[in-house]
Design a protein around this ligand. Structure first.
Ligand code: G6P
Length: 363
């Protein structure tokens, strides 16, 4: 059993450590000297796309949210994301300028598949993003972009989340190029993305969250906060923690704290702040200070050259500096490992969380 886990204690830990190679596999044929290319979409006439609707569940939904913040920032395309169990019962408007992107690691999630069928019946063009060759979603969509992460055994998505982000960044960049919306910031994002495998390798070998996990594992509640493109990381961090450690973790956009959730905060209720130095950092920092004033313990993740949280955040985890669009990538292994270690230290098997299935094929 330990051999198939490559010497790691759990598949989840093995799969987190496979992220650098997973990213490299997602790059093949797509990261080129001419920029981002998706031959899958060659015939797809992306120039006329003005609206994009993404549909997914769970972790895949969070990847969709990152795409929304990324693409909207660099274009005039309207991007909307919804969870499939809602999407399939809404009245979704489709016209010839609308593109639907369905994200499903397994390609078998019932609600996501029904959503694809619904919009196809309305004449939509559907791009699927999946990790499983020949899965139902790949057969029912017009085109599939495979995420090529390799098989994932752990129920909690890890390397497939990273690869969803990678594929969605490439897709976003490709659409922006096709629509003549390429810009200098995207050029920097693209240069960073190319280096992601080596950056992940270093990050995974340097990072040590054991002490934090040992300390925070004893709490019963957690509040994850973030803003902008880092808000989905808060959602994903909280989801990971509740999925495998059974700690009650909630995520909010940091600016929404004062509209209710701040009432929960006290010394028994720590805050996990996703706070890299981006254009919204000062706002997030104020929200951290507000939480501190309620005596919450604060653990933050930020970028290594940013020292502005010292003396404010009780604990700080550093990730490499990157263009602000790209922080969801490097923050992923941090929130995954944090949840993994806490689950393990609390005596739970992170590979087989109670009540959860790897793929939910019934409604
Ligand atoms: C289940 C899994 C999650 C996953 C979600 C969507 O709930 O436990 O980890 O994110 O399904 O799965 P999909 O295969 O559609 O991406």
């Amino acid at each position: 059993a330990s051999a198939e886990k490559g010497g790691y204690k759990h598949f989840m830990l093995k799969e987190i450590n496979e992220e650098p190679e997973a990213i490299e596999s997602a790059f093949v044929g797509r990261i080129t000297n001419e920029g981002p290319i998706l031959t899958e979409l060659k015939e797809f006439n992306l120039e006329k796309v003005e609206k994009i609707k993404l549909v997914a569940c769970g972790t895949s939904y969070h990847a969709g949210l990152v795409f929304k913040y990324f693409l909207e920032k660099h274009s005039n395309i309207d991007v909307e994301v919804d969870v499939a169990s809602e999407f399939r019962y809404r009245n979704i408007h489709i016209d010839d300028k609308t593109l639907v992107i369905a994200i499903s690691q397994s390609g078998e999630t019932a609600d996501t598949l029904e959503s694809v069928r619904l919009v196809k019946s309305k004449g939509a063009r559907v791009v699927a993003i999946s990790n499983v060759v020949g899965s139902t979603i790949t057969r029912e969509s017009d085109v599939t972009i495979l995420m090529n992460a390799g098989p994932e055994i752990g129920v909690a998505a890890t390397k497939t989340y990273v690869n969803q982000l990678v594929v969605l960044y490439i897709l976003g960049m490709y659409i922006l190029k096709e629509k003549n919306m390429w810009n200098e910031e995207l050029e920097k994002d693209f240069e960073f993305l190319k280096k992601a495998p080596e950056i992940f390798r270093k990050l995974l070998s340097d990072i040590n969250l054991e002490e934090y996990a040992a300390y925070y594992k004893n709490y019963h509640h957690f509040m994850y906060i973030g803003r902008g493109i880092n808000y989905p990381s808060a959602l994903e961090g909280a989801l990971k923690l509740k999925e495998i450690s059974y700690i009650n973790a909630t995520a909010y956009p940091a600016g929404e704290l004062k509209h209710g959730p701040i009432a929960l905060l006290d010394p028994t209720f720590p805050v996990f702040a996703i706070a890299p130095k981006d254009r919204l950092f000062e706002k997030t920092k104020s929200n951290i200070e507000e939480s501190k004033a309620r005596k919450s313990r604060i653990i933050s993740v930020t970028n290594e050259s940013n020292k502005d949280l010292e003396g404010i955040s009780d604990d700080i985890i550093y990730v490499p500096d990157s263009p602000e669009d790209m922080y969801p990538l490097t923050i992923s292994p941090v929130i995954q490992l944090f949840a993994y270690l806490i689950a393990d230290m609390r005596g739970y098997d992170p590979d087989k969380p109670r009540n959860l299935a790897k793929s939910v094929t019934v409604e």
